[in-house]
Unconditional design. Structure first.
Ligand code: NAD
Length: 700
C-alpha cells in the first residue's frame, strides 16, 4: 500500500459520454486540455500531443492519413483546435529520404511546411518528427515533475526499469529534433508492446490506440512515479535537511518589496523588467535547505525549464537569523557583477563559430533564504511563468536528490539549446515590444472615469498597472473590467487613501512586491466642491487640501523614492484642472488646491531632472461622461450656476469650448499616455490642457 494521500495522485478526468460526441481532432483537443489543466502533468507551454487521423484530402478526394500535432508555441492546457498543425503522414515519412544525418538535422525543420495539410497556417514544431515516427495513432509528450525527477537522476535508467519494468523504455539525452524522432521510432519498432519511454534529462512519451487509452496510460504512468517517490521519500531528509527558518509572511513580503526596485537598478539596462515574488511552500523548503547552494549550482535539467529560467539562478546572500538587509543591499553590485561574469564565461566556453551574440547576462531567478524567490522578465506573465518553471525544477531536484544523485543538463548541451539557431530565429520573429512594455504604472483614483480610462490606455501599451482608489467596490469593478480585456497578469487593484501617509507607503510597497517597482505615477485621485468663500467651511477647505494637495505630495514623495532607487528614467503625471490656472468664482477651495498641485509638479520637475524623473501636468476640463465627480452635487451646483438643467451641461460645455467638442476620459488618458511615455522623453515641468480650447487657460 502506498502512503500517498489520494489527493496528491492525478485524478482521471476523462468523461466518456462527452468524448463520444467529439470528432477525432476534437477528442485530441479534449485530451490535450485535460492534460494541460494540471501543472504536475506538464509545465506551462511544455509538452505536446498528437493523433494520426484519416480524413478526406481536399485535392485528391480520397482518405489520407494526417498528423494532428500541437504546433509551435502555445500551451496544451489552453490551446484551441487551431493550435494544432496538420501534416500529411506520407510526406513526413518521405522526408527520411532527404535526411543527411545528425549533423544536418536542423535543416529538416525547413521541410516541415512542405508537408502541410489543408493550408493550415499553424507552424509545425520541432517536436513533430518525435510524434510522426512512433507507429501509434495517439502520442503524448509531457513534462511531469515526477517523471523528470527520474529522468534527471544519475541512475535514471535503472529507476525507470524498477518502476515500470518493460512497459516504459528509456532513451539517453538527445536534444529534440529529427534524430530523436528516429530514435523513438527505432525504440517503438523494437518494443511494439511498450507503452512509452522516459527521455533522459527531458520528459515522458506515452502512446495508445485510442485517445482515451493514451490519456489513461499517461495518467497511470505519472501516478506510478508519484507513488514510487512517495514511498522512497517517506521519512527521508529532503534537500539535506533544514538550514534556515522562514521569516513570517509579512516580513518576507516587505523584504521582497525592498529588494525588487533595487534589483531592477542592476538589470534593466538593455530592457525594462517586471518582477514576480513567490514564497510558496515548495520554494521555501528549497531556499531554507542545506543543499540550496549545491543543487542550484548544478542548474536545471529539462530544456523547457532553463530556457525560461536561465541555466542557473542567483542566490542572494541573506541570513534570516541575522537579517541585515542593508548588508545584502550593499553586496548586490558585486553579486550581480559575479553572476554576469559567470554567464559570460559560460558563453565564451561553449559558443560555436556561428552562435548568436550573447544575450542579457543578468539572472532571471533570485533565491533568498528565509524569504522566497524573485523572478524578473520582460513582462509579468513571463516573470510569473519563469518562477513556476523554477518550481518545476525544484520538484525535480527534490525527487532526484532524495532517491539518487540529481544531474543538471551537461553545460555544452544546455548552451546548444539556449543558443540554438532555431531558438534564435524564434526570438527574432517575436513582435516588437509595445511602447510601455516592462514598465509599472500606479494610477490613483483608478476607479474613477479618467483613472480607469488611463489604466486602459497604459495597459494597451504594455504597461503593468496598479489601479488604486479609496472606493474599494468601484475599484473591484474597474479592475474586473480591465482584467477582462487585458488579462489578470498585468492589472492589480490596491486600496489607498491618498491623504494617509501610512496608506500611501503601503501602496507603494505593495506595488513593488506585485511588479518590482514603479516607473510611472499618475496622480489623479480627486473630488470637487463648490461654495462661495463666505460659505466655505474649514472642513471643506481642509478636505480639498488633504486630497488634492497633501495627497498629491504624499503619493509623489513615496513614488519618487522608489524611482530614485531604480536609477532609470521615470515619469509622473498630475491630473490637475483648468481651475488650477484660472480662478473660478464659488470654488476657491478646489481651485486653490488644484493650483497647489500644479506648482508641486513644477517643483518636483526641478528636483527630479537630475534623476531622469519627469513631472508634467494634464489639465482636463468638463469631462462629464464616466466621471463620478459629475454625477453628484457638483453637477447640480454647476447647472444651477448656469441656470440650466443638469442634463444640458455637457452640451453647454461643448458650445463653450473653442473647438465645439466634448472632452472624454479617453482624451485625457491619451495626453497622460503621451507624457508618461518616451514620446515625451524631453518634456518636464509642462502643463497640457485637454479642454477642447479655453482661451483663459492658455499657459503662455
Ligand atoms: P471621479 O470621481 O470619477 O474619479 C476620482 C476618483 O478619485 C474616484 O474614484 C474617487 O473614489 C477617488 N478618490 C477620491 N478621494 C480619494 C482618496 N482620498 N484616496 C484615493 N482615492 C480617492 O472623477 P474624474 O472626473 O475621473 O476625476 C479625476 C481627476 O481629474 C480628479 O483629480 C479631478 O479633479 C480631475 N478633473 C476632472 C475634471 C472633470 O471634468 N471630470 C475636470 C478637471 C479636473
Amino acid at each position: 500500500m502506498s502512503s500517498v494521500p489520494s489527493g496528491t495522485l492525478l485524478p482521471n478526468k476523462w468523461n466518456a459520454e462527452h468524448a463520444a460526441g467529439l470528432s477525432e481532432p476534437e477528442r485530441l483537443l479534449y485530451r490535450s486540455n485535460l492534460l494541460g489543466s494540471d501543472l504536475r502533468i506538464t509545465n506551462f507551454g511544455g509538452g505536446n500531443t498528437s493523433a494520426k487521423v484519416w480524413q478526406k484530402d481536399p485535392l485528391g478526394g480520397g482518405d489520407v492519413e494526417i498528423l494532428w500535432v500541437k504546433g509551435s508555441g502555445g500551451d496544451v492546457g489552453s490551446m484551441k483546435l487551431d493550435g494544432f498543425s496538420t501534416l500529411y503522414m506520407d510526406k513526413l515519412r518521405a522526408l527520411k529520404g532527404l535526411y543527411r544525418g545528425e549533423e544536418f538535422e536542423d535543416e529538416m525543420v525547413a521541410y516541415l511546411p512542405h508537408c502541410t495539410f489543408n493550408l493550415n497556417p499553424r507552424a509545425a514544431s520541432i517536436d513533430t518528427p518525435l510524434h510522426a515516427y512512433i507507429d501509434k495513432p495517439h502520442v503524448d509528450h509531457m513534462h511531469p515533475d515526477a517523471v523528470i525527477a527520474i529522468a534527471a537522476a544519475k541512475d535514471s535508467r535503472t529507476i525507470t526499469q524498477e518502476i515500470y519494468g518493460d512497459d516504459i523504455g528509456w532513451l539517453p539525452w538527445r536534444r529534440p529534433g529529427y534524430q530523436l524522432g528516429l530514435m523513438l521510432e527505432a525504440y517503438f519498432n523494437d518494443n511494439p508492446n511498450s507503452k512509452g519511454v522516459v527521455l533522459e534529462s527531458h520528459g515522458l512519451f506515452t502512446w495508445g490506440d485510442s485517445a482515451k487509452e493514451c490519456y489513461d496510460i499517461t495518467i497511470d504512468i505519472i501516478n506510478k512515479a508519484i507513488v514510487w517517490f512517495d514511498a522512497k521519500t517517506d521519512g527521508v531528509e529532503i534537500f539535506g535537511g533544514v538550514r534556515h527558518q522562514s521569516l513570517d509572511a509579512q516580513t518576507r513580503h516587505s523584504i521582497a518589496s525592498t529588494l525588487m526596485p533595487r534589483v531592477r537598478s542592476f538589470i534593466d539596462a538593455s530592457e525594462r523588467k517586471i518582477g514576480h515574488f513567490n514564497d510558496s511552500d515548495a520554494v521555501l523548503e528549497f531556499v531554507n535547505s542545506n543543499k540550496l547552494n549545491e543543487l542550484a549550482a548544478l542548474g536545471t535539467s529539462c530544456p523547457d525549464h532553463f530556457l525560461r529560467t536561465k541555466i542557473r539562478p542567483i542566490i542572494i546572500d541573506f541570513d534570516p537569523k541575522n537579517p541585515n538587509l542593508d548588508a545584502v543591499i550593499d553586496g548586490l553590485a558585486d553579486a550581480f557583477a559575479a553572476y554576469r561574469e559567470d554567464y559570460k564565461s559560460y558563453y565564451t566556453r561553449c559558443k560555436h563559430d556561428n552562435s548568436p551574440a550573447i544575450r542579457d547576462p543578468n539572472p532571471v531567478i533570485y533565491l533568498i533564504p528565509g524569504v522566497g524567490m524573485l523572478s524578473f522578465a520582460k513582462d509579468k506573465a513571463t516573470a510569473r511563468i519563469a518562477g513556476e518553471f523554477y518550481v518545476n525544477a525544484i520538484n525535480v531536484m527534490r525527487g532526484s536528490d532524495t532517491v539518487s544523485t540529481y544531474m543538471g543538463l551537461d553545460e555544452q548541451e544546455a548552451f546548444d539549446i539556449e543558443y540554438w539557431l532555431l531558438e534564435e530565429a524564434k526570438l527574432q520573429r517575436m513582435p516588437k515590444a509595445k511602447s510601455l512594455a516592462g514598465r509599472v504604472a500606479v494610477v490613483t483614483g483608478g476607479a474613477g472615469g479618467i483613472g480607469k480610462a488611463t489604466c486602459g490606455r497604459l495597459l494597451q501599451e504594455g504597461a503593468c498597472v496598479v489601479a488604486c482608489d479609496i472606493d474599494t467596490d468601484g475599484l473591484a469593478g474597474a479592475v474586473a473590467d480591465l482584467q477582462g480585456v487585458f488579462g489578470k497578469d498585468q492589472v492589480r487593484g490596491l486600496p489607498v487613501n491618498v491623504t494617509s501617509e501610512e496608506s500611501v507607503i503601503k501602496l507603494m510597497h505593495d506595488s513593488c512586491a506585485e511588479f518590482g517597482g514603479i516607473d510611472i505615477l499618475v496622480s489623479n485621485a480627486g473630488i470637487s466642491s463648490a461654495a462661495p468663500i463666505d460659505e466655505t467651511s474649514l472642513e471643506v477647505w481642509q478636505r480639498n487640501m488633504d486630497i488634492l494637495s497633501t495627497g498629491y505630495f504624499l503619493v509623489a514623495r513615496e513614488a519618487f523614492k522608489i524611482m530614485k532607487l531604480q536609477k532609470r528614467s521615470a515619469s509622473m503625471v498630475f491630473v490637475a484642472s483648468k481651475n488650477g490656472l484660472v480662478a473660478s468664482p464659488g470654488a476657491s477651495a478646489y481651485c486653490t488646491a488644484k493650483a497647489s498641485e500644479i506648482h508641486l509638479a513644477r517643483c518636483l520637475a526641478l528636483e527630479g531632472a537630475p534623476f531622469g524623473i519627469r513631472v508634467n501636468v494634464v489639465n482636463p476640463d468638463a469631462v462629464l461622461r464616466g466621471s463620478k465627480i459629475w454625477s453628484g452635487e457638483w453637477r447640480e451646483q454647476r447647472a444651477k450656476a448656469y441656470d440650466m438643467a443638469p442634463d444640458q451641461l455637457e452640451e453647454h460645455y461643448r458650445q463653450r469650448s473653442m473647438l465645439k467638442l466634448s472632452v472624454l476620459p479617453e482624451d485625457i488618458a491619451e495626453a497622460i499616455y503621451f507624457l508618461a511615455s518616451d514620446n515625451a522623453a524631453k518634456s518636464t515641468g509642462n502643463v497640457v490642457n485637454v479642454d477642447a480650447g479655453h482661451a483663459p487657460s492658455f499657459t503662455r
